[in-house]
Design a binder for this molecule. Structure first.
Ligand code: SAH
Length: 238
C-alpha cells in the first residue's frame, strides 16, 4: 500500500537523487557518528545514509510512515525509529556516550521555527545540525545585523550557533512539490559561546519584545521590561 503524502504533517518527500547525494555529501557521515534524523518519511535520506553510517536514529510523527520504515529497514541494520513528535522529544535521551548529536532532516515546514527552537535547547550536546527549510526561513537564520531578514530567529539561532546557507533546492526535487524554494542550512553550536547570557529566559523575552513591533523604537518596544529613564545610562541608541 502506498500512503498519500499528508499535508498536515508537512510531507514533501525528496525524490531528486542528485539533491539527496548533495545532502549526504554535506553531512559526510562517519561510521562512528551519533546521527539523528527528524522526520524520516519514506526514508529518502535514511536508507542511503544507513549505507555509510553505522547507526541512525529517526524520529517520525506519522505512524503509517513509521510502519513503512520498519518494514523497509534492511535486515541487521542499526536503525532505531521513534514513533514520536520531535517537538516534544527529549533529545538528551539520545546522548548515550561521549559523542555529541548530529541532527538533520528535511523539516516539516509548518513547524520549522518551533522545531528549531526546541532543538536549540539541546545545543550543548549537539555537534551540528543540517536542515532543509524554506529559503525564506534560511535567509532569516543566516541574516546579519542590518539585513532586512534579521530578526528574532536570527538573533536566537546565532546566539547558539554559527549558521550557514549551503545551497538551494528547487520545488521539483520533492513529491509533492512545495510552493516555495527550499535551502539546506548548517547550524553549528558555538564552543565556547562568544557571548553568554546570565539569564537565558530574560534574553529570550528581551529579543521577543525588541522585534515584536518593527516600526517602533526600542525605547517603546522594551518599555514593558525596562524603565525609559534607563536608556540615557547605557551606550545603546534606543
Ligand atoms: N525525510 C523525508 C521526509 C521529509 S517530509 C524526505 O526527505 O523525503 C517531513 C517529514 O517529517 C514527514 O515524514 C512528516 O511525517 C514528518 N513530521 C512532521 N511533523 C513531525 C514532527 N512533529 N515530529 C517528527 N516528524 C514529523
Amino acid at each position: 500500500m502506498t500512503i498519500q503524502p499528508r499535508k498536515r504533517f508537512g510531507q514533501h518527500f525528496l525524490r531528486d537523487e542528485s539533491i539527496i547525494a548533495r545532502i549526504i555529501d554535506a553531512l559526510s557521515p562517519k561510521p562512528s557518528d551519533n546521527l539523528i534524523e527528524i522526520g524520516g518519511g519514506r526514508g529518502a535520506l535514511t536508507f542511503p545514509l544507513l549505507q555509510q553510517a553505522h547507526a541512525l536514529t529517526v524520529i517520525e510523527l506519522d505512524r503509517d510512515l513509521v510502519l513503512e520504515l520498519e518494514t523497509q529497514k534492511p535486515p541487521a541494520s542499526r536503525l532505531v525509529i521513534h514513533s514520536a513528535d520531535a517537538l516534544q522529544f527529549d533529545f538528551a535521551t539520545l546522548k548515550k556516550d561521549e559523542r555529541l548529536l548530529r541532527i538533520f532532516g528535511n523539516l516539516p515546514y509548518n513547524v520549522t521555527t518551533p522545531l528549531i527552537f526546541h532543538v536549540l535547547q539541546y545545543a550543548p550536546i549537539i555537534a551540528d545540525m543540517l536542515f532543509m527549510v524554506q529559503k525564506e526561513v534560511a535567509m532569516r537564520l543566516v541574516a546579519e545585523n542590518r539585513n532586512k531578514n534579521y530578526g528574532r530567529l536570527s538573533v536566537m539561532v546565532q546566539y547558539h550557533c554559527q549558521a550557514e546557507l549551503l545551497f538551494d533546492v528547487p520545488p521539483d526535487a520533492f513529491y509533492p512539490p512545495p510552493k516555495v524554494t527550499s535551502s539546506i542550512v548548517r547550524l553549528v553550536p558555538h564552543n565556547p559561546y562568544p557571548d553568554s547570557a546570565k539569564n537565558m529566559h530574560l534574553l529570550e523575552r528581551l529579543v521577543k519584545f525588541a522585534f515584536s513591533q518593527r516600526r517602533k523604537t526600542l525605547r517603546n518596544s522594551l518599555s514593558i521590561m525596562m524603565p525609559k529613564e534607563l536608556w540615557s545610562h547605557i551606550p545603546i541608541d534606543p
